[in-house]
Design a protein around this ligand. Structure first.
Ligand code: NAP
Length: 244
């Protein structure tokens, strides 16, 4: 038996219409899992759906910052063996320009949505006891910050702290909780950063990562480890994927 095999597991992946979530959905399906993918953009979510290997997968549209949509999503889900939280925005702002709206905008999707989704899943008993793994996507920037990233990085740091508490609370049910903390990876989010700042800024970031920019599959493969039985004794960790 291959300990990384995901056959027989059902995994929910948020942010699956793009970037790391899309690649994770594809890779997880290649390892044999049935996946439930969610996102807001119908066309791009369907593009992900068409890429999935195997059958029995589901796609459900939801804006996770809208409570009734989140509730509807939870109600439509089967019992899960894993959840990957891959939503986020990179709305960068120097400290002096941060307003209440800036804080709310970033935290609503990068923190609140994952926390409220988890509460909903627990409340409706959608996480399988005995064999379940929850993975949050944090960021290496919680260790190596960058100028303008105060809200993005604060939300990720809050998510990591939350994940450690959740790991404690769910350990008696043998539900594991971990984070991956990637450095910069080639996704639409990075393209947006390049557009908002400059290509030079992205080139500088690339030069700082001695193995260069990551590919989404580099992150997806580490998530497979956390979802699989290979990590059945691993909880409350955060794996830095730093490109060196
Ligand atoms: N790319 C990197 O270099 C990098 C590095 C470290 C950490 N991360 C983290 O990894 C995660 C994924 O990043 P990515 O690069 O894959 O970004 P991305 O390509 O921009 O994808 C973001 C995803 O979040 C979803 N989303 C945004 N707002 C939403 C909302 N209100 N409700 C539901 N879904 C929503 C988007 O769905 P729709 O498009 O359908 O709205 C999209 O699927 C983020 O948490 C990010 O902070 C990324």
């Amino acid at each position: 038996m291959n300990a990384f095999d995901l056959t027989g597991k059902t995994i929910l992946i948020t942010g699956a219409s793009s970037g790391l979530g899309r690649q994770t959905a594809l890779t997880v399906s290649e390892f044999g899992a049935k996946v439930v993918i969610t996102g807001r953009d119908k066309k791009r979510l369907d593009e992900t759906f068409q890429l999935l290997k195997g059958d029995g997968h589901l796609q459900l549209l939801a804006d996770l910052t809208v409570q009734p949509e989140l509730d509807q999503l939870v109600a439509s889900l089967p019992v899960l063996n894993g959840v990957v939280h891959s939503t986020g925005i990179s709305d960068l702002s120097p400290a002096r320009y941060i307003t209440a709206d800036t804080i709310a905008k970033t935290f609503r999707i990068s923190f609140d949505a994952s926390v409220l989704l988890t509460a909903g899943l627990l409340g409706k008993k959608k996480l399988a006891k005995g064999n379940c793994s929850v993975v949050f996507i944090s960021s290496i920037s919680t260790r190596y910050p960058f100028v303008g990233g105060a809200m993005y990085i604060s939300a990720k740091a809050a998510l990591e702290a939350y994940a450690r508490v959740l790991a404690l609370e769910l350990a008696p049910k043998k539900i594991r909780v971990n984070c991956v903390a990637p450095a910069f990876v080639r996704t639409p989010m990075l393209d947006e950063t390049a557009a908002n700042y400059s290509q030079e800024a992205v080139n500088m970031i690339e030069a700082r990562q001695i193995l260069g920019l990551g590919d989404p599959v580099d992150v997806a493969n580490s998530i497979v480890y956390y979802l699989s039985d290979a990590s059945k004794w691993v909880s409350a960790t955060s794996l830095v994927l730093g490109g060196g």
